[in-house]
Design a protein around this ligand. Structure first.
Ligand SMILES: [Zn+2]
Ligand SMILES: [Zn+2]
Length: 347
Protein backbone atom coordinates (compact mmCIF):
# COMPACT_ATOMS: atom_id res chain seq x y z
CA UNK A 1 0.00 0.00 0.00
CA UNK A 2 1.33 3.43 -0.88
CA UNK A 3 1.92 6.02 1.86
CA UNK A 4 -0.60 8.83 1.56
CA UNK A 5 1.30 12.14 1.15
CA UNK A 6 0.32 15.32 2.98
CA UNK A 7 -1.85 18.24 1.85
CA UNK A 8 0.25 20.64 -0.21
CA UNK A 9 -0.08 24.27 -1.31
CA UNK A 10 1.16 24.14 -4.90
CA UNK A 11 1.11 27.92 -5.20
CA UNK A 12 -0.96 30.07 -7.52
CA UNK A 13 -4.16 29.17 -5.64
CA UNK A 14 -3.96 25.42 -6.26
CA UNK A 15 -3.93 22.84 -3.45
CA UNK A 16 -3.23 19.13 -3.63
CA UNK A 17 -5.37 17.08 -1.24
CA UNK A 18 -4.57 13.34 -1.22
CA UNK A 19 -7.75 11.40 -0.44
CA UNK A 20 -7.14 7.74 0.57
CA UNK A 21 -8.75 4.84 -1.29
CA UNK A 22 -9.07 2.33 1.57
CA UNK A 23 -7.75 -1.19 0.88
CA UNK A 24 -6.66 -0.37 -2.67
CA UNK A 25 -3.08 -0.63 -3.99
CA UNK A 26 -3.47 2.76 -5.75
CA UNK A 27 -3.43 4.23 -2.24
CA UNK A 28 -5.03 7.62 -2.84
CA UNK A 29 -6.59 10.03 -5.30
CA UNK A 30 -5.03 13.47 -5.61
CA UNK A 31 -7.95 15.90 -5.37
CA UNK A 32 -7.00 19.41 -6.48
CA UNK A 33 -8.70 22.48 -5.00
CA UNK A 34 -8.62 25.70 -7.04
CA UNK A 35 -9.18 28.83 -4.97
CA UNK A 36 -11.80 31.22 -6.37
CA UNK A 37 -13.68 34.20 -4.87
CA UNK A 38 -16.85 32.05 -4.81
CA UNK A 39 -15.22 29.13 -2.96
CA UNK A 40 -12.97 26.30 -4.14
CA UNK A 41 -13.53 24.33 -7.32
CA UNK A 42 -12.41 20.71 -6.98
CA UNK A 43 -10.89 18.61 -9.72
CA UNK A 44 -12.14 15.12 -8.69
CA UNK A 45 -13.55 14.35 -5.27
CA UNK A 46 -12.23 10.94 -4.16
CA UNK A 47 -13.60 7.58 -3.06
CA UNK A 48 -16.85 7.42 -1.10
CA UNK A 49 -15.80 6.27 2.36
CA UNK A 50 -15.79 7.90 5.82
CA UNK A 51 -12.00 7.86 5.97
CA UNK A 52 -11.80 9.50 2.53
CA UNK A 53 -14.38 12.13 3.47
CA UNK A 54 -12.46 12.95 6.66
CA UNK A 55 -9.28 13.48 4.59
CA UNK A 56 -11.07 15.71 2.08
CA UNK A 57 -12.69 17.72 4.87
CA UNK A 58 -9.36 18.16 6.71
CA UNK A 59 -7.57 19.04 3.45
CA UNK A 60 -10.08 21.74 2.55
CA UNK A 61 -9.78 23.18 6.07
CA UNK A 62 -5.97 23.20 5.76
CA UNK A 63 -6.52 25.22 2.56
CA UNK A 64 -8.64 27.70 4.53
CA UNK A 65 -12.00 26.43 3.32
CA UNK A 66 -14.49 23.61 3.98
CA UNK A 67 -16.75 21.22 2.04
CA UNK A 68 -19.70 23.60 2.67
CA UNK A 69 -17.93 26.39 0.71
CA UNK A 70 -17.15 24.38 -2.43
CA UNK A 71 -18.35 26.16 -5.59
CA UNK A 72 -18.12 23.20 -7.95
CA UNK A 73 -16.67 19.73 -8.58
CA UNK A 74 -15.43 18.80 -12.05
CA UNK A 75 -14.66 15.09 -12.30
CA UNK A 76 -12.12 13.80 -14.81
CA UNK A 77 -14.18 10.60 -15.23
CA UNK A 78 -16.97 8.64 -13.58
CA UNK A 79 -14.82 6.02 -11.76
CA UNK A 80 -15.52 5.74 -8.02
CA UNK A 81 -12.06 6.92 -6.92
CA UNK A 82 -12.78 10.21 -8.73
CA UNK A 83 -16.54 10.80 -8.68
CA UNK A 84 -17.34 8.84 -5.48
CA UNK A 85 -17.57 11.80 -3.09
CA UNK A 86 -18.92 14.35 -5.61
CA UNK A 87 -22.51 13.76 -4.50
CA UNK A 88 -21.62 14.21 -0.84
CA UNK A 89 -19.76 17.47 -1.53
CA UNK A 90 -22.79 18.71 -3.49
CA UNK A 91 -25.11 17.75 -0.62
CA UNK A 92 -22.91 19.71 1.83
CA UNK A 93 -22.47 22.84 -0.30
CA UNK A 94 -25.13 22.96 -3.01
CA UNK A 95 -22.30 23.15 -5.58
CA UNK A 96 -22.47 22.01 -9.20
CA UNK A 97 -20.97 18.73 -10.42
CA UNK A 98 -19.63 18.59 -13.98
CA UNK A 99 -18.35 15.75 -16.18
CA UNK A 100 -18.07 14.93 -19.87
CA UNK A 101 -21.39 13.97 -21.49
CA UNK A 102 -20.13 10.49 -22.48
CA UNK A 103 -19.40 9.66 -18.84
CA UNK A 104 -22.72 11.20 -17.77
CA UNK A 105 -24.28 8.64 -20.12
CA UNK A 106 -22.25 5.87 -18.38
CA UNK A 107 -23.59 7.04 -14.99
CA UNK A 108 -27.17 6.84 -16.29
CA UNK A 109 -26.53 3.31 -17.63
CA UNK A 110 -25.02 2.18 -14.33
CA UNK A 111 -28.00 3.70 -12.52
CA UNK A 112 -30.37 1.78 -14.78
CA UNK A 113 -28.54 -1.48 -13.98
CA UNK A 114 -28.79 -0.81 -10.24
CA UNK A 115 -25.20 0.13 -9.46
CA UNK A 116 -21.65 -0.67 -10.57
CA UNK A 117 -21.58 -4.47 -11.04
CA UNK A 118 -24.91 -4.59 -9.16
CA UNK A 119 -27.82 -5.75 -11.33
CA UNK A 120 -25.26 -6.19 -14.09
CA UNK A 121 -23.75 -9.31 -12.48
CA UNK A 122 -25.57 -11.77 -14.76
CA UNK A 123 -24.46 -9.74 -17.79
CA UNK A 124 -20.86 -10.00 -16.59
CA UNK A 125 -20.95 -13.76 -15.94
CA UNK A 126 -22.42 -14.26 -19.43
CA UNK A 127 -19.50 -12.24 -20.84
CA UNK A 128 -17.04 -14.50 -18.99
CA UNK A 129 -18.75 -17.55 -20.52
CA UNK A 130 -18.47 -16.04 -24.00
CA UNK A 131 -14.78 -15.36 -23.30
CA UNK A 132 -14.25 -19.09 -22.71
CA UNK A 133 -13.75 -18.84 -18.93
CA UNK A 134 -14.15 -22.19 -17.16
CA UNK A 135 -17.29 -22.76 -15.08
CA UNK A 136 -15.31 -22.64 -11.80
CA UNK A 137 -13.99 -19.16 -12.65
CA UNK A 138 -17.50 -17.94 -13.52
CA UNK A 139 -18.85 -19.26 -10.21
CA UNK A 140 -15.95 -17.65 -8.36
CA UNK A 141 -16.78 -14.31 -10.00
CA UNK A 142 -20.47 -14.62 -9.09
CA UNK A 143 -19.42 -14.88 -5.41
CA UNK A 144 -17.37 -11.65 -5.44
CA UNK A 145 -18.95 -8.61 -3.92
CA UNK A 146 -17.69 -5.35 -5.44
CA UNK A 147 -21.07 -3.63 -5.11
CA UNK A 148 -20.90 0.15 -5.12
CA UNK A 149 -23.42 2.93 -5.26
CA UNK A 150 -23.57 4.61 -8.66
CA UNK A 151 -21.79 7.99 -8.83
CA UNK A 152 -23.75 11.24 -8.68
CA UNK A 153 -25.40 12.46 -11.88
CA UNK A 154 -23.79 15.72 -13.01
CA UNK A 155 -25.56 19.10 -13.21
CA UNK A 156 -23.35 20.17 -16.11
CA UNK A 157 -22.22 18.05 -19.05
CA UNK A 158 -19.00 19.10 -20.75
CA UNK A 159 -17.69 18.66 -24.30
CA UNK A 160 -14.20 19.03 -25.76
CA UNK A 161 -12.94 22.61 -25.52
CA UNK A 162 -15.63 23.77 -23.07
CA UNK A 163 -14.61 26.27 -20.40
CA UNK A 164 -15.39 25.17 -16.82
CA UNK A 165 -17.08 27.64 -14.46
CA UNK A 166 -14.11 28.64 -12.27
CA UNK A 167 -14.62 32.33 -11.33
CA UNK A 168 -11.57 34.45 -12.12
CA UNK A 169 -9.65 31.62 -13.79
CA UNK A 170 -9.45 29.87 -17.16
CA UNK A 171 -9.99 26.10 -17.03
CA UNK A 172 -10.58 24.33 -20.35
CA UNK A 173 -11.87 20.80 -21.07
CA UNK A 174 -9.66 18.52 -23.17
CA UNK A 175 -11.60 15.35 -24.07
CA UNK A 176 -9.29 12.32 -23.75
CA UNK A 177 -11.42 9.16 -24.22
CA UNK A 178 -9.99 5.68 -23.68
CA UNK A 179 -9.74 4.91 -19.96
CA UNK A 180 -13.42 5.88 -19.89
CA UNK A 181 -15.52 7.13 -22.83
CA UNK A 182 -15.79 10.61 -21.34
CA UNK A 183 -12.43 10.99 -19.61
CA UNK A 184 -11.20 14.59 -19.65
CA UNK A 185 -7.99 16.39 -18.87
CA UNK A 186 -8.33 20.01 -17.75
CA UNK A 187 -5.95 22.78 -18.75
CA UNK A 188 -5.58 25.64 -16.29
CA UNK A 189 -4.63 28.12 -18.97
CA UNK A 190 -3.81 31.05 -16.69
CA UNK A 191 -1.12 29.00 -14.89
CA UNK A 192 -0.16 26.47 -17.61
CA UNK A 193 -1.01 23.43 -15.50
CA UNK A 194 -2.70 20.31 -16.86
CA UNK A 195 -4.87 18.08 -14.67
CA UNK A 196 -4.42 14.68 -16.32
CA UNK A 197 -6.77 12.48 -14.25
CA UNK A 198 -5.93 8.84 -14.99
CA UNK A 199 -5.10 9.51 -18.66
CA UNK A 200 -1.40 10.23 -18.09
CA UNK A 201 0.25 9.07 -14.87
CA UNK A 202 4.01 9.37 -14.29
CA UNK A 203 4.81 5.64 -13.84
CA UNK A 204 1.76 3.39 -14.20
CA UNK A 205 -0.61 3.30 -17.18
CA UNK A 206 -4.39 3.38 -16.87
CA UNK A 207 -6.61 0.36 -17.42
CA UNK A 208 -8.07 0.33 -20.94
CA UNK A 209 -10.80 -2.30 -21.14
CA UNK A 210 -13.43 -3.39 -23.63
CA UNK A 211 -16.80 -4.18 -22.01
CA UNK A 212 -18.33 -6.50 -23.12
CA UNK A 213 -15.27 -8.37 -24.36
CA UNK A 214 -16.27 -7.90 -27.97
CA UNK A 215 -18.65 -5.74 -29.90
CA UNK A 216 -21.66 -7.04 -31.72
CA UNK A 217 -23.32 -5.71 -34.82
CA UNK A 218 -22.81 -2.09 -35.75
CA UNK A 219 -21.13 -1.23 -32.44
CA UNK A 220 -17.57 -0.33 -33.35
CA UNK A 221 -16.16 0.77 -30.02
CA UNK A 222 -12.38 0.71 -29.86
CA UNK A 223 -11.32 2.10 -26.46
CA UNK A 224 -7.61 1.40 -26.97
CA UNK A 225 -7.68 3.07 -30.38
CA UNK A 226 -9.46 6.06 -28.83
CA UNK A 227 -6.93 6.15 -25.99
CA UNK A 228 -3.89 6.02 -28.28
CA UNK A 229 -5.36 8.75 -30.49
CA UNK A 230 -6.32 11.08 -27.67
CA UNK A 231 -2.95 10.45 -26.00
CA UNK A 232 -1.00 11.26 -29.17
CA UNK A 233 -3.03 14.49 -29.56
CA UNK A 234 -2.62 15.64 -25.94
CA UNK A 235 0.79 17.40 -26.25
CA UNK A 236 -0.73 19.58 -29.01
CA UNK A 237 -3.56 20.62 -26.69
CA UNK A 238 -1.20 22.66 -24.51
CA UNK A 239 1.19 25.39 -25.66
CA UNK A 240 4.31 24.03 -23.91
CA UNK A 241 4.07 20.22 -23.55
CA UNK A 242 7.70 19.92 -22.46
CA UNK A 243 7.34 22.22 -19.46
CA UNK A 244 3.61 22.24 -18.60
CA UNK A 245 3.11 21.00 -15.03
CA UNK A 246 1.09 17.77 -15.18
CA UNK A 247 -1.11 17.18 -12.14
CA UNK A 248 -2.30 13.55 -12.25
CA UNK A 249 -4.94 11.94 -10.03
CA UNK A 250 -2.54 9.29 -8.67
CA UNK A 251 1.17 9.00 -7.88
CA UNK A 252 2.75 12.49 -8.09
CA UNK A 253 2.95 15.58 -10.32
CA UNK A 254 5.53 15.68 -13.10
CA UNK A 255 6.84 17.58 -16.12
CA UNK A 256 7.90 16.16 -19.50
CA UNK A 257 4.38 15.37 -20.72
CA UNK A 258 5.54 14.77 -24.30
CA UNK A 259 8.14 12.16 -23.21
CA UNK A 260 5.68 10.37 -20.94
CA UNK A 261 3.08 10.27 -23.75
CA UNK A 262 5.67 8.76 -26.11
CA UNK A 263 6.55 6.15 -23.46
CA UNK A 264 2.93 5.08 -22.96
CA UNK A 265 2.30 4.88 -26.73
CA UNK A 266 5.38 2.63 -27.10
CA UNK A 267 4.21 0.45 -24.16
CA UNK A 268 0.90 -0.30 -25.90
CA UNK A 269 2.54 -0.98 -29.28
CA UNK A 270 4.71 -3.53 -27.47
CA UNK A 271 1.64 -5.13 -25.89
CA UNK A 272 -0.06 -5.27 -29.31
CA UNK A 273 3.00 -7.02 -30.76
CA UNK A 274 3.05 -9.55 -27.90
CA UNK A 275 -0.64 -10.27 -28.40
CA UNK A 276 -0.26 -10.64 -32.18
CA UNK A 277 2.54 -13.14 -31.51
CA UNK A 278 0.31 -15.08 -29.06
CA UNK A 279 -2.40 -15.24 -31.75
CA UNK A 280 0.19 -16.46 -34.23
CA UNK A 281 1.36 -19.14 -31.78
CA UNK A 282 -2.23 -20.36 -31.29
CA UNK A 283 -2.56 -21.06 -35.03
CA UNK A 284 -3.90 -23.01 -36.81
CA UNK A 285 -6.75 -23.19 -34.29
CA UNK A 286 -8.44 -19.97 -33.18
CA UNK A 287 -8.13 -19.13 -29.48
CA UNK A 288 -10.66 -17.96 -26.93
CA UNK A 289 -9.97 -14.77 -25.00
CA UNK A 290 -9.31 -16.87 -21.89
CA UNK A 291 -6.76 -19.05 -23.70
CA UNK A 292 -4.99 -15.98 -25.06
CA UNK A 293 -4.87 -14.39 -21.62
CA UNK A 294 -3.37 -17.57 -20.15
CA UNK A 295 -0.63 -17.42 -22.82
CA UNK A 296 0.31 -13.79 -22.10
CA UNK A 297 2.91 -12.63 -19.57
CA UNK A 298 1.34 -11.11 -16.42
CA UNK A 299 3.33 -9.64 -13.55
CA UNK A 300 1.83 -12.02 -10.95
CA UNK A 301 1.01 -14.94 -13.26
CA UNK A 302 -2.43 -15.55 -14.81
CA UNK A 303 -3.30 -18.56 -12.63
CA UNK A 304 -2.46 -16.75 -9.42
CA UNK A 305 -4.54 -13.65 -10.19
CA UNK A 306 -7.85 -13.29 -8.28
CA UNK A 307 -10.88 -13.57 -10.56
CA UNK A 308 -11.72 -9.86 -10.39
CA UNK A 309 -8.22 -9.04 -11.66
CA UNK A 310 -8.47 -11.75 -14.32
CA UNK A 311 -11.68 -10.19 -15.58
CA UNK A 312 -9.96 -6.78 -15.80
CA UNK A 313 -6.99 -8.39 -17.58
CA UNK A 314 -9.38 -10.11 -20.00
CA UNK A 315 -11.13 -6.82 -20.78
CA UNK A 316 -7.76 -5.17 -21.36
CA UNK A 317 -6.70 -8.00 -23.68
CA UNK A 318 -10.06 -7.68 -25.46
CA UNK A 319 -9.38 -3.96 -26.00
CA UNK A 320 -6.01 -4.81 -27.55
CA UNK A 321 -7.63 -7.52 -29.73
CA UNK A 322 -10.18 -4.96 -30.87
CA UNK A 323 -7.35 -2.60 -31.88
CA UNK A 324 -5.62 -5.44 -33.79
CA UNK A 325 -8.94 -6.22 -35.49
CA UNK A 326 -9.17 -2.57 -36.58
CA UNK A 327 -5.70 -2.83 -38.08
CA UNK A 328 -6.68 -5.99 -40.00
CA UNK A 329 -4.41 -8.17 -37.85
CA UNK A 330 -7.06 -10.23 -36.00
CA UNK A 331 -10.54 -11.56 -36.70
CA UNK A 332 -13.22 -12.79 -34.31
CA UNK A 333 -15.73 -15.59 -34.91
CA UNK A 334 -18.37 -17.18 -32.70
CA UNK A 335 -18.69 -20.91 -31.98
CA UNK A 336 -22.17 -22.51 -32.06
CA UNK A 337 -22.12 -22.34 -28.23
CA UNK A 338 -21.67 -18.56 -28.41
CA UNK A 339 -18.00 -18.54 -27.35
CA UNK A 340 -15.83 -15.99 -29.14
CA UNK A 341 -12.59 -17.06 -30.78
CA UNK A 342 -9.85 -15.02 -32.39
CA UNK A 343 -7.33 -15.81 -35.08
CA UNK A 344 -4.45 -13.90 -36.62
CA UNK A 345 -5.04 -12.31 -40.02
CA UNK A 346 -2.61 -10.48 -42.22
CA UNK A 347 -4.40 -7.31 -43.23
ZN1 LIG B 1 -10.10 5.58 -13.55
ZN1 LIG C 1 -8.20 6.63 -10.78
Amino acid sequence: MRTVPGVEDLGGGVWSIPVPIPANPLGYTLVYALETPRGPVLVDAGWEHEESWAALDAGLRAAGSSPEQVHGVVVTHFHPDHAGLAGRVRAASGCWVAMHHADAEMVRRIDALGGLAGGGLHIETEQLRRAGAPQAAIEEYARTDPRLDPPAEPDTELADGDPVDVPGRKLRTVWTPGHSPGHICLHLEDADRLFTGDHVLPRITPHIGLYPFTTDGPDDRDPLGAFLESLARLPDAVPRPGTVEALPAHEARFTGLDDRVAGILAHHEEKLDTLAAALEAAAPGPATLWELCAALPWRHGWDRMPIVQRRLAASETAAHLRALERRGLAAVTETPAGVLTWRRTHG
